[in-house]
Design a protein around this ligand. Structure first.
Ligand SMILES: *Cc1c(COP(=O)(O)O)cnc(C)c1O
Length: 348
């Protein structure tokens, strides 16, 4: 079979989704399956829905369009604040978008009116991650504007954590977010249909002993796909951490003298090459394909350095004949880059 390729075990993705859905159900939290790391891969998206995700979300409109072309009719949300240049495509392909800018919402509303439809808006609040979000003190004024605007319907409020800043959401922050949502409902005389509390970094909090308060939804990508908590990298419960395997092929194995001046190489990757002649191999995968530093090699094999198209490794010679295939595990960064690499085929 051709390499490099990603082997995707859809059964494991379905099981991971099911585990999270069932454990969050008792806390009255629904799961939105986030497909951005797999570029809206239809098989993965279907496995998320089969596992009990109520709907889907992605950060790029091209991925949502891929899902629509594949025949998906379920609700799909745009979780990245829409670009003004894409509002019409977003209204056409997404039921809902997460928003932080009133000018964008006005343009979404205008596009929806032209299309004789109503677009749902979830307002993102800044709760400490310092990436996207409306500051809490400005939320009420924006809610009041959105609820008066034809073409859009205020569906809920959301927050995001541990994306830009590394801090995991703590109980106090989540309680403050719940309180803010209740205050807004009271001040504006409305009832929010969805309060989306965050991403995979919220799973330990949501499965903890305390009540999740007003939060009734999480948007989950990494926890479903890789089975880990993005903040600690630890496995969550019994989730599968090997639903994706990157398979790459050895193209050269030779004894070469060392050492090598690796001052050009990415310091996160470069390992000293021994000062004696030793056997080294080249794997046909590189920085253009994936985040090489995010790969886990088979037992007994060490990565030495990588360039755009070559990954130099050494170790267990029996596994490193020309033509041998290496099975590599990927972290989130390696996964999202490999999934978007056109040269890497994806097999389910
Ligand atoms: C990427 C993203 C998610 C999903 O994050 P995971 O860590 O993969 O669960 C959720 N919400 C927003 C706004 C995102 O950008």
């Amino acid at each position: 079979m051709t390499a490099p390729r990603i082997e995707i075990d859809l059964h494991k993705i379905r099981q991971n989704t099911r585990y999270l859905v069932e454990n969050l159900e008792s806390r009255e939290i629904t799961v939105t399956g986030v497909t951005k790391a797999v570029c809206g891969h239809p098989g993965v998206a279907q496995a998320m829905l089969d596992g009990g995700a109520t709907d889907l979300a992605d950060a790029r409109v091209s991925n949502v369009e891929r899902l629509r072309e594949a025949g998906f009719t379920c609700p799909i949300a745009m979780i990245r604040t829409p670009m003004l240049s894409q509002v019409d495509r977003i209204v056409h392909s997404c039921d809902t978008s997460y928003n932080t800018e009133i000018n964008v919402i006005k343009r979404l509303a205008a596009a929806a009116v032209l299309r004789q439809t109503v677009h749902n808006v979830i307002l993102m609040v800044e709760m400490g991650d310092m990436r996207e979000g409306i500051l809490p003190e400005n939320l009420k004024a924006i809610v009041q504007q959105v609820t008066k605007m034809p073409g859009v319907s205020l569906k809920g409020i959301g927050a995001n954590f541990a994306c830009l800043s590394a801090a995991a959401p703590d109980a106090a922050t989540m309680t403050a977010f719940s309180a803010l949502c209740s205050d807004i409902e009271e001040a504006c005389g409305l009832s929010l249909e969805r309060i989306s509390g965050g991403n995979s970094a919220n799973v330990p909090w949501a499965l903890g002993l305390r009540s999740p308060g007003r939060i009734d939804n999480l948007r989950l990508g990494e926890a479903i796909l890789l089975g880990v908590d993005p903040v600690t990298g630890d496995q969550i419960g019994d989730l599968h951490t090997d639903a994706f395997t990157l398979v790459a092929e050895v193209i050269e194995t030779k004894v070469k003298p060392g050492p090598v001046d690796l001052s050009f190489a990415d310091p996160d990757l470069a390992r000293p090459v021994p000062d004696v002649p030793c056997e080294r191999s080249i794997v046909a995968i590189g920085l253009q394909d994936t985040d090489i530093a995010g790969l886990t090699l088979p037992e007994g094999i060490t990565g030495l350095a990588a360039t755009s198209d070559h990954f130099v490794v050494r170790g267990a010679v029996s596994q490193l004949h020309t033509g041998s295939e290496l099975k590599l595990q990927m972290n989130y960064s390696a996964l999202m880059r490999a999934m978007s690499a056109p040269e890497i085929i994806k097999i389910t």
